[in-house]
Design a protein around this ligand. Sequence first.
Ligand SMILES: [Zn+2]
Length: 342
Amino acid sequence: MKTLLPTSTAGSLPKPSWLAQPEKLWSPWKLQNEELLEGKRDALRLSLADQQHAGIDIVSDGEQTRQHFVTTFIEHLDGVDFEKRETVRIRNRYDASVPTVVGAVSRQKPVFVEDARFLRQHTTQPIKWALPGPMTMIDTLYDAHYKSREKLAWEFAKILNEEARELEAAGVDIIQFDEPAFNVFFDEVNDWGVATLERAIEGLKCETAVHICYGYGIKANTDWKSTLGSEWRQYEESFPKLQQSSIGMISLECKNSHVPMDLIELIRGKKVMVGAIDVASNTIETPEEVAQTLRKALQFVDADKLYPCTNCGMAPLSRPIAMGKLQALSAGAEIVRRELTA
Ligand SMILES: [Zn+2]
């Protein structure tokens, strides 16, 4: 791995159109049974090849084997009934019909470990694996069993820890927990959100990360963002607690958002994945624009702790645009790398 400014993505990348309908969230699979299994693996290899071709340093599975970053993990657990659905408000933003927690939640078998092993076999580069965070998981469900968001979060944290330990054993270098809910439920983040995250990483020796963003570029998110005013200070609520936590890396959104960059100062000492690619726009950044974002971030994070990244996942984008953005990220990081070593 390049020692300086290693690039990565927040997680998801577009799927090929023969696997699922492009530019759509929760897009249903187009294949079935054995063909689906094989198709997902083929897509994973393509996604890896795209990242390598673009020069991305820390690679991922592009989330090619999951329909959705939260739902797919939950589907593999006991205690959640996907037929029994209730309408809830997700992240205080939009209504969605979600599955119901009907009993004690548990993980009978590994969810992504085989996929991680498959990715490991196909590259010697460092790999990052994303899992949903406990708070974001509970926010995507109706709970008729525990009837306590906190209790259910602790249960999910235990399950995530089991999965994370096996991912580590399969050769994953960085395990990342996606917690967009951290930008919404500030009291809970500080009461038990960060603590449940620490439970999820208990005993891990690999790198650990939390990704906190303003969401995919879908309408519900864009509408919400337009209500946030000219300065987005949400990170101010969670960063002090995270700075004190055992989480090693923090992935955040910077490009085109109204996040004041100096908020990064609040997590001094942590490794920071700086979002230098806007996933809510079809305009491909120029390498120089990426470099500008990284230079600005360097005022608040030491160069050896800066990890150029995307703002969020790119699943809803078209493949050519996502590919262009990957290349821009890579080229932009290279500009700043040269400046730093000149
Ligand atoms: Zn995100």
